[in-house]
Design a protein around this ligand. Structure first.
Ligand code: HEC
Ligand code: HEC
Length: 327
């Protein structure tokens, strides 16, 4: 009987003091890989699984995510053929899927990238077992244990994966989750998450602005528009003023607009326009809000006044033309 000795000595993405090895009498349980696969090919395939899912290679520890064995025992005594772990069954389905994507689907592209790209576990998993994107992972944690659990999960993932491909930690992603919470009325949770965003991104003005935006949204929900606008006025005189830009009230205004609070939205757009009369966005948003409110002449006048001051402004010109067509 042949005795396979797999020496996983091909050092891939990081090197190890001792090469990993395991031995097995024969391969008995292959359903996707060819039964006559060589040692090197089997090793390469298993290392691809490890790397794709971000599992530890040292002493074959990561292999145990799918295979049955005991870290106290040498790995050549592990039961490599066993299908006892559900992860192995899923991985087998994944291996067949990846084989088909490469052999059947990508083959049909004409022309291919040069050199052609092959899909691997890493293409989707990017170094994590659960391939869901960050917002989905946070939503799941939030559903299970509320905001504390979502925040703990974020910190944990950030600590472990920041700088890698696995998760998108940019400002907008956590902000998107926070806005979604606010959209469902969970303002305290949304504000807490947006505050975490400022903590993780201390030098990003957008993170601070989004946090302030959600705080205004909360004040609006709890105490109404006048209270929200006077909170904004207070910030203009305090340390928050640094983060106040035309996008802040603009976002609050469109949030109200989407929730069908047209009058409040209009008041917020007016306030923003008063604050930043020479910035385009507050002009466009106020004009659009006026238009939606039925004040079509005023909307047209605003665009015309803007264009009188900025005759080459292509965006304003296009917007005005669209509105005039709808008159
Ligand atoms: C993500 C899951 C996963 C990981 C991690 C993994 N394997 Fe596997 N392994 C499989 C699957 C699935 C098969 C069966 C493939 C098939 O059916 O063709 C397999 C088959 C094997 C076999 C053949 C067993 C037999 O007799 O049929 C060996 C040996 C093996 N793996 C070694 C390793 C080693 C060594 C590691 C760690 C470096 C490793 N595997 C990591 C999923 C995994
Ligand atoms: C085309 C994208 C894609 C590729 C490529 C891919 N996977 Fe997956 N994988 C997924 C998705 C999506 C899921 C989750 C499916 C679900 O449960 O809804 C998943 C789930 C899994 C799971 C189960 C995770 C869990 O905790 O339930 C394992 C294990 C796994 N993949 C292993 C692999 C391995 C090994 C490879 C490479 C051979 C691979 N995957 C390649 C998309 C991919």
């Amino acid at each position: 009987m042949p005795r396979f000795i797999f020496t996983l000595a091909v050092l891939g993405f990081f090197s190890l003091a001792t090469p990993l090895s395991f031995a097995q009498k024969t391969l008995t349980n292959l359903h996707v890989l060819p039964k006559d696969i060589s040692e090197d090919e089997l090793s390469a395939s298993m290392l691809e699984n490890l790397r794709g899912l971000g599992l530890r290679r040292r002493q074959n520890e990561g292999c145990l995510h799918c295979h049955v064995g005991d870290m106290e025992q040498p790995s050549d005594s592990w039961d490599w053929a066993s299908d006892a772990k559900p992860a192995k069954g899923k991985a087998r389905t994944m291996m067949a899927m990846v084989r088909d994507i490469n052999a059947q689907h990508l083959e049909k592209l004409e022309p291919r990238l040069d050199p052609p790209m092959r899909v691997t576990c890493y293409t989707c998993h990017a170094g994590r077992i659960d391939p869901r994107p960050l917002p989905d992972v946070l939503a799941a944690a939030y559903g299970d244990g509320g905001i504390e659990s979502a925040m703990a999960r974020y910190r944990e993932l950030h600590e472990r994966y920041f700088g890698g491909d696995a998760y998108d930690f940019r400002v907008g992603v956590l902000a998107g989750v926070a806005f979604e919470m606010a959209g469902r009325g969970a303002f305290d949770d949304a504000v807490a998450l947006a505050e975490l965003n400022t903590e993780v991104h201390p030098t990003e003005p957008a993170a601070r602005r989004i946090w302030l935006q959600l705080r205004l949204g909360r004040t609006h929900a709890e105490s109404g528009n006048t209270a929200a606008l006077s909170e904004f006025d207070g910030w203009l005189r305090g340390p928050e003023s640094e983060a106040i830009d035309p996008a802040l009230l603009d976002g609050v205004g469109w949030g109200l607009f989407r929730r069908d609070r047209q009058d409040d939205a209009l008041a917020v757009f007016r306030r923003n326009h008063q604050q930043f009369p020479e910035e385009y966005i507050p002009n466009e948003s106020l004009a659009d809000a006026l238009w939606n409110h039925g004040e079509r002449d005023q909307a047209i006048e605003m665009f015309e006044a803007w264009l009188a001051r900025h005759p080459d402004h292509a965006m304003a010109r296009r917007r005005l033309a669209t509105l005039k067509r709808q008159l």
